[in-house]
Design a protein around this ligand. Structure first.
Ligand SMILES: Cc1cc2nc3c(=O)[nH]c(=O)nc-3n(C[C@H](O)[C@H](O)[C@H](O)COP(=O)(O)OP(=O)(O)OC[C@H]3O[C@@H](n4cnc5c(N)ncnc54)[C@H](O)[C@@H]3O)c2cc1C
Length: 410
């Protein structure tokens, strides 16, 4: 454990940063602890921003993260509302606004920011979705009955489309790739999941690019590469996110699509990283991974802090990726990595529920489930244990016997 004279600083006051400072206190670190955050808010939860927050029947309120309101009781100094702009690893110094902040150990948890659509800056009615303010702006537009165009059929885009359809509003989703979600779940699963859009009245257009977002002060329409023009009052840009590392450019840290860390989340001399910003070496999958998943951000924040406090006893971060998403009241979950094309072992692609598994040789490496909440964590445990494909098929047989999926009527 670090001595009581030391100052630990965490940059990024969201899920990973919050879990990190909570872990420090839980493990008995009593010395000075500072949390630096660019937003004006205490840490809050992002998944509800594209779900409950957009529902007409729910009152909008800041989605809470347990423990965020009690940070002062943990004697965590919160420096909010201003970003860190530079880091000097050698001098162990951080620039925040006009101030310099010295540290003994640092944890970088600056997350990710959404990619913008070039040429739409400042145009009213065009939004990304990452912050509380973004979500409130989207909600306001939906409350006014906006005709919505979602650019990008990824998970966040799909959730926004679902929220618009829940209000019976017209929504078009424009996707440049021929099949959505291919990188996240593979082609077959991407095709199956995106079929949900048509079933719920959203107009999904694939393999088509946005030529222009039309409008002078406010968006009026979206013109596509196939020559069509879709009238719009609200455009939601969901074309992915990039790690927030620009403030680290002059630091000695290694940055390449994220802050590069070793298997124990160490990024440099007395520096660790966690959450959406971190790219670490996963010994479980023998590759580097950078995830934009809620569960990883929390678990990684906790483990990075544990390793920061006791570097000589640092342990490797053996996390099995996990995320969930919810559109049109369908519960979608993925554990592990999407290697190749998956095989359905429960239900079928067009059933009301399914489980599909991904393999690498003889090993189970991933599981995707729709409306099979009881199954996914069991497969996640198997993946963590490096179980064989046969182990996975045996589990599927047991689960299917226990709770069969009704077959689709012919
Ligand atoms: C709309 C939405 C819905 C989501 N839904 C799901 C879901 O259903 N399931 C799921 O698994 N995951 C979901 N996620 C992903 C999940 O929320 C993220 O993985 C998680 O928030 C990452 O936490 P983080 O702390 O690493 O980074 P972030 O939450 O991105 O927070 C980073 C913080 O650092 C601050 N910051 C940035 N730069 C600086 C700087 N230089 N100085 C100080 N502060 C800085 C930022 O302002 C931000 O507050 C969703 C994300 C969004 C945006």
């Amino acid at each position: 454990m670090r001595p009581d004279s030391e100052h630990v600083v965490v940059v990024g006051a969201s899920l990973a940063g919050l879990r990190a400072v909570q872990t420090a206190r839980k493990l008995g670190f009593r010395s000075r602890l500072t949390l630096v955050g660019a937003e004006n808010h205490l840490p809050y939860d992002r998944p509800p921003l594209s779900k409950d927050m957009l529902h007409a029947e729910k009152e909008p309120s800041t989605p809470a993260l347990p423990g965020a309101a009690e940070l002062h009781e943990l004697e965590v100094e919160c420096l909010l509302g201003e970003p860190a702009t530079a880091l000097d690893v050698e001098a162990r110094r951080l620039t925040v606004g006009d101030n310099e902040l010295s540290y003994d150990a640092l944890l970088v948890a600056t997350g990710a920011r959404p990619r913008q659509l070039p040429g739409t800056e400042g145009l009213g009615g065009v939004h990304c979705l990452r912050t509380l303010e973004d979500s409130l702006a989207l909600r306001e537009a939906l409350d006014r009955g906006a005709r919505t165009v979602v650019i990008g059929a990824g998970f966040i885009g799909a959730e926004v489309a679902s929220a618009a359809r829940r209000r019976d509003l017209p929504v078009t989703i424009v996707e440049a790739m021929p099949i959505p979600l291919t990188r996240a779940v593979g082609e077959t699963a991407g095709h199956a999941l995106s079929a949900l859009h048509a079933r719920h009245g959203a107009d999904l257009r694939c393999g088509v690019a946005v030529e222009e977002v039309v409008g002078t002060h406010k968006v009026e329409a979206v013109r596509l590469s196939d020559g069509t023009t879709i009238p719009a009052d609200l455009v939601v840009v969901g074309i992915g996110a990039e790690p927030v590392t620009d403030w680290l450019e002059s630091s000695a840290l290694s940055v390449d699509n994220g802050v590069i860390t070793d298997a124990s989340l160490r990024a440099g001399d007395q520096v660790w990283a966690a959450g959406d910003v971190a790219r670490w070496h996963s010994s479980l999958f023998d590759r580097t991974l950078r995830l934009e998943h809620w569960t990883n951000a929390g678990e990684q924040g906790a483990q990075a802090m544990q390793n920061l406090l006791a570097p000589d006893e640092a342990t490797t971060y053996d996390h099995v990726p996990y995320f969930w998403s919810e559109w049109y009241a369908q519960w979608i979950q993925m554990a592990g990595i999407p290697e190749g094309e998956p095989e359905v072992v429960t239900g079928s692609w067009d059933a009301e529920a399914f489980v599909a598994l991904y393999r690498q040789g003889d090993r189970l490496v991933g599981a995707l489930a729709m409306n099979r909440r009881g199954d996914i964590m069991k497969y996640r445990s198997l993946i963590a244990r490096r179980a064989t494909w046969q182990d996975a098929l045996d589990l599927a047989a047991k689960r299917n016997e226990r709770s069969p999926v009704p077959s689709v009527p012919a």
